[in-house]
Design a protein around this ligand. Structure first.
Ligand code: CO8
Length: 336
């Protein structure tokens, strides 16, 4: 009912997003947050519709929370531009190896901002390629995970699907309800949903506007796992920290290879995969065990006496050096 009022009142609210443009007081708030260290210091912008931080034990996970609670995180233009800026900052931050995108417990995002869209005309949206820049999320090179609690509807479902992995809280709801407004998904929903859940389920959702639960989303392969609402973000952070601890070149290439399966024939995709796989050999520090003995190597806990680096003709590495490399960069390590 409140939504009906929302739509009816939309013309009055053409400037509904104006509070999202930083005002002097919102800038002051941002400044205070920065001063308190509660915001992402590597970022160049002050945010009004999202919060941006670096998290994790190694500070290597970019964490973005959609933050328009009164509008259930509806995706207004200002929010999407802030999201784009935050992602751009994280892509340049070498420390960040994975990004988590989340919302509130009630809504990941309840769709594109209807109030903002209502007054728009065909010529304006066509000439301005309205929603075109949303796709920047899917072009983000580092792994990005959506942690979805509550509603992920319309554009909300679409930006979740632009992420590499979706995890859901057990009360999450996914849907493409645009048909109920007399329109259709415009942020990739007809394509990505079909690829994720198959034609029949996607058609049902797009043609009826019906929502699916987190459990159904899991059953249809839209999400990777479902967690209790209160545990979702912690569980997702665990996965994100694990991914962020890997070689960024390897995660970038793995992501590129998996995503190519949407764009290429099987033969082309396999060819690309093999070329990327070969190229990882240029990035790995290769160490070969020469002889086996007993040595506790901390987290690796492997047994070896001496190691030999067999690329670039570097002389034998001593045991201590080997152990140090394995402890500090175990993911960049090959034992032959
Ligand atoms: N845009 C703007 N404001 C929204 C949106 C939205 N998508 N969704 C919710 N809100 C606002 C409501 O207007 C309300 O604000 P207010 O208190 O000022 O009236 C506030 O959020 C809380 O919403 P409700 O009171 O409705 O909360 P409920 O718990 O009762 O219901 C629902 C939650 C079920 C999520 C309900 O809000 C809803 O159905 N929202 C709309 C979902 C939707 O249709 N999303 C798709 C949007 S369309 C899209 O993404 C792309 C194409 C759009 C083309 C539009 C052409 C006009």
């Amino acid at each position: 009912m409140a939504l009906v009022n929302t739509i009816v009142g939309a013309l009055k609210s053409a400037a509904a997003c104006r509070y999202a443009v930083p005002t002097s007081s919102s800038l002051l708030q941002r400044h205070n947050r920065l001063a308190l260290g509660n915001n992402y210091n590597g970022g160049s912008a002050f945010y009004s519709n999202i919060t941006v931080e670096k998290k994790g034990k190694k500070n290597n996970v970019g964490f973005i929370q959609l933050n328009r609670p009164k509008a259930l995180n509806a995706l207004c233009d200002a929010l999407m531009k802030e999201l784009q800026t935050a992602l751009s900052d994280f892509s340049k931050d070498e420390e960040v190896g994975c990004v988590v995108l989340t919302g509130s417990n009630k809504a990941f995002a309840a769709g594109a901002d209807i109030k903002e869209m209502q007054p728009r005309e065909f010529a304006e949206v066509y000439k301005g390629d309205f929603l075109g820049f949303w796709n920047s999320i899917s072009l983000f090179k580092k792994p990005i995970i959506a942690a979805v609690n509550g509603y992920a509807l319309g554009g909300g479902c679409e930006i979740a699907m632009m992420c590499d992995i979706i995890y859901a809280g057990e009360k999450a709801k996914f849907g493409q309800p645009e048909i109920l407004l007399g329109t259709i998904p415009g942020g990739g929903g007809t394509q990505r949903l079909t690829q994720a859940v198959g034609k029949s389920k996607a058609m049902e959702m797009v043609l009826t506007g019906d929502q699916i639960s987190a459990q159904e989303a899991l059953q249809f392969g839209l999400v990777a796992n479902v967690y209790p609402v209160e545990e979702l973000v912690d569980k997702v952070m665990e996965k994100a920290e694990k991914i962020a601890s890997m070689s960024q070149i390897a995660t970038g290439m793995a992501k590129e290879a998996v995503n190519s399966s949407y764009e290429m024939t099987l033969a082309e995709g396999i060819h690309l995969e093999r070329r990327l796989f070969h190229s990882t050999f240029a990035t790995i520090l290769k160490l070969a065990i020469n002889s086996i003995g007993s040595c506790n190597m901390g987290i690796i806990n492997a047994k070896l006496i001496t190691c030999k680096q067999y690329i670039r003709n570097v002389p034998l590495l001593d045991l201590k050096t080997c152990a140090r490399i394995m402890r500090t960069a175990p993911t960049c390590f090959y034992v032959k």
